[in-house]
Design a protein around this ligand. Structure first.
Ligand code: FES
Ligand code: FES
Length: 155
């Protein structure tokens, strides 16, 4: 399998990574860069557990090849906080009890963060629409939506 050298910005830092042609962005993040906050739920673009930002837009990292992201700007859940200072949506989810097993949480946080970046004051329908691609197997949607509303009130 051909190896490719690619360059990306990941959580604000420049990375040079060697990947195979068929390496997904998800696998590169978890296995090469050890950013295991991004989860692998289905490997099929269905669950949203692997959501990261690519050039500011939420994407399913299991459905992208790493080589397609050469030159891109990636933000994972590890990049939402500023040192020990959590992002508002992270704090809000903790405060409302919007985390059960936590497997969906990184992807939910990325999708919610992207929503709040483009629309600081979303209504409930807009929040649910933004999270439609993120499945929570613990079915804790009510509190997750409540957490995003709480974060929006701080904007
Ligand atoms: S792991 Fe990518 S959408 Fe489920
Ligand atoms: S908190 Fe368990 S899958 Fe969402």
């Amino acid at each position: 399998m051909t190896q490719h050298k690619i360059h990306l910005t990941v959580n604000g830092g420049l990375e040079e990574v060697s990947v195979q042609s068929n390496t997904t962005l998800l696998r590169m993040l978890r296995e090469t860069l050890s950013l295991t906050g991004t989860k692998n739920g289905c490997s099929a673009g269905e669950c949203g557990a692997c959501t990261v930002l690519l050039n500011g837009e939420p994407v399913n990292s299991c459905m992208l090849l790493a080589v397609e992201c050469d030159g891109g700007d990636i933000v994972t859940v590890e990049g939402l906080s500023n040192g020990k200072q959590l992002a508002p949506v992270q704090e809000a989810l903790i405060q409302v009890g919007g985390v059960q097993c936590g497997f969906c949480t990184p992807g939910m946080l990325i999708s919610a963060h992207a929503l709040l970046q483009r629309n600081p004051h979303p209504d409930e329908a807009e929040i649910r629409e933004a999270l439609v691609g993120n499945l929570c197997r613990c079915t804790g949607y009510g509190r997750i939506v409540e957490g995003v509303k709480k974060a929006a009130k701080r904007n």
